[in-house]
Design a protein around this ligand. Structure first.
Ligand code: HEC
Ligand code: HEC
Length: 300
């Protein structure tokens, strides 16, 4: 808060409180005992049949007001409220939050430490650990991979055992700790894609992915385009890719970016570059161990 707003808040708050005191004094009018027995305020209604006695407010009632004002002032001395002044007790909502998080961490630490002793396949059988894993997944991963791990366009399905980077426990752990980044360059302008080349190649990719009913000539022509355009360098002669490099296996029929003709054409021409963020810093190894087991359990 700049010093202008600091003083603005202080003056406004104190002026308000002083205003209250003045208002009570003003409304009090008569001290108890001062008013004559039948004196009225002079206001009258209903053609003079109804008038108002001028009686002081009861003492106890006034004192309640003064008490709340006193409470307010003491509160403002002890707790933050007056501009930048942080209060005698040094309380802050951020510090309270940090303390609570710390308390929860202390309780969870031994539980996660215990889980880290178990192997990932063992942990995947542990219902309690998997309930924790599901919660963590919901907070950290579901935004991209969906609540059930089923993925979305641009974000892979991680529940159908069709892996880009590998599904062994250590592969999943590495994916979560370090993140993954894939890069397929665009192939626009390649000679092999001219004429029917691109259409044939798209059909060939679909053939690799298990689509039936594509005629042999198209497959043969698509196969040549696949070789000539250099797809083999990454996806391999049989289209099986390479998990250690994150080159997708095109024979699984899993399409993060869509398996229809238009999507595959776009993938080939423009390329794709997916980024899985690293979670090492954010979650730490013990939590990642539980999450990896959860992902493992979705696939086994
Ligand atoms: C330099 C290596 C490289 C070359 C060459 C390459 N790709 Fe890729 N390809 C990749 C990578 C890496 C991905 C994954 C991109 C990602 O995850 O964001 C990919 C993804 C794809 C996909 C999308 C799969 C999905 O899940 O939706 C298709 C289809 C594909 N490639 C086909 C081809 C074809 C056809 C060619 C030849 C024209 C080719 N690729 C050339 C590396 C390559
Ligand atoms: C910001 C979006 C985003 C978040 C959040 C995210 N991921 Fe990913 N994840 C991706 C993308 C994109 C890829 C694919 C990277 C590529 O193209 O190779 C991926 C890939 C993966 C893979 C590799 C899949 C394979 O086939 O090898 C796993 C496993 C995975 N994520 C698990 C998780 C888990 C568990 C979390 C939560 C801790 C998580 N992801 C959070 C975007 C995200």
């Amino acid at each position: 808060m700049s010093s202008f707003w600091h003083w603005w808040v202080i003056i406004l708050v104190l002026a308000n409180i002083l205003g209250m005191v003045w208002l009570i004094k003003f409304a009090e009018k008569k001290k108890p005992g001062e008013a004559a027995e039948h004196e009225t305020t002079g206001h009258s209604w209903d053609e003079g049949t109804l008038s108002e006695y001028n009686r002081p407010m009861p003492r106890w009632w006034l004192w309640l007001f003064y008490l709340t004002i006193g409470f307010g002032l003491i509160y403002l001395i002890l707790y933050p409220g007056l501009g930048n002044y942080s209060g005698l007790l040094g309380w802050s909502s951020a510090a309270q939050y940090d303390r609570e998080v710390e308390r929860i961490e202390e309780r969870l630490e031994p539980i996660f430490a215990e889980y880290s002793e178990l192997s990932i396949p063992e942990l995947a059988q542990n219902d309690e650990a998997m309930a924790t894993g599901r919660r963590l997944f919901g907070y950290e991963c579901a935004v991209c991979h969906g609540v059930d791990g089923g993925g979305a366009r641009g974000f892979p399905n991680i529940s159908n055992a069709k892996w880009q980077w590998g599904g062994e426990p250590e592969d999943i752990v590495t994916t979560l700790l370090e993140g993954r980044s894939a890069n397929m360059p665009g192939h626009e302008g390649r000679e092999a894609l001219e004429g029917d080349g691109l259409d044939n190649l798209v059909a060939y990719v679909q053939h690799l992915g298990g689509r039936e009913g594509i005629d042999e000539d198209t497959i043969t022509a698509g196969r040549s385009a696949y070789e000539d355009a250099g797809c083999i360098a990454c996806h391999g002669a049989e289209g099986k890719g390479n998990q250690s490099a994150g080159w997708p296996n095109l024979t699984l029929g899993q399409y993060t970016y869509g398996g229809d003709e238009a999507s595959i054409r776009e993938t080939i021409l423009q390329g794709r570059s997916g980024e899985m963020p690293a979670f090492k810093e954010r979650l730490g190894e013990d939590r990642i161990h539980v999450l990896a087991a959860y992902v493992y359990s979705l696939n086994n």
